[in-house]
Design a protein. Sequence first.
Length: 151
Amino acid sequence: MLVDRHVECFICHRPLIMRAVGSFPFSDQQCEECGLLVAIIDGSFPVVERLMMRSSWEFRNGDWTLPIVLDAMACETLVAILHRKWTFLPLKADHDVSQPEEDNWESSFRDLKSMKEKINSASKLMSGLALNSYVLKKFGKKSRYEKSFRS
């Protein structure tokens, strides 16, 4: 998937287009006007960010169907990344994650059929509570969404 990111030169304010392919880093771009080399440093979740950028681009260009799919993919990807991270966090101090451990995680995560189950499982790893229970505990009042997203 191609992703373009529109930035501005910090010195002369000329618009620049940075391009990335898939999960590879954005290519550096040199400003033709002032010669400044501009680089983008990816955040913690580059795949998620790129899905969202592409979704935004598609929406700005008149397509509203593909952004729905891309945003859903971004949400599920982020939940999977967080679930994996918080599953293996205790193990990282002791040893590198082995392939059987990785395979076991993939199998158990795949067994979580709905997004609700996946989100609640990730939330339990991070906070000890399902998402709705965490929100109720954190904010101390019932949400109007409580019936639609019960723990």
